[in-house]
Design a protein around this ligand. Sequence first.
Ligand code: AMP
Ligand code: ZN
Length: 129
Amino acid sequence: MCIFCSIAKKEINSHLVYEDDTVLAFLDINPTAVGHTLVIPKEHYESFLECPAKLRDHLFEVAQMLAKKLEESLNCDGLNILSNVHEAAGQSVNHFHVHLIPRYKGDTEIIHFHETENVDFEALKEKLK
Ligand code: AMP
Ligand code: ZN
């Protein structure tokens, strides 16, 4: 059984911070920063890629509202908002979720963007068009 489905069905406890008919938000049990929050659809979708458009849009509306609330209430200096897709990207729970991670000046980067050598930008652009 999927752990986030169990949370959505209230079969296991979580620190809920938001709930409506289709979306739930709760505090991450192993927070990267104080206030680290997860926003999930109540219905099971493996990742961001599978979530239907209407639900996805509503979930991001809730995520934006909660991000503003975190910034106001915790006085953080910024937030990382991200969703890992598949194991290679670090997804460990296969139920779509968006991380809201408050950030404070001086924190280390969560994702460090660095140079990748020998990129064929022209070929890539053709593939992605
Ligand atoms: P990801 O690695 O992107 O799949 O993120 C999964 C997140 O779920 C991790 O940050 C975990 O700490 C968090 N997590 C796992 N189980 C629970 C739980 N029972 N309650 C709250 N957060 C959880
Ligand atoms: Zn699930």
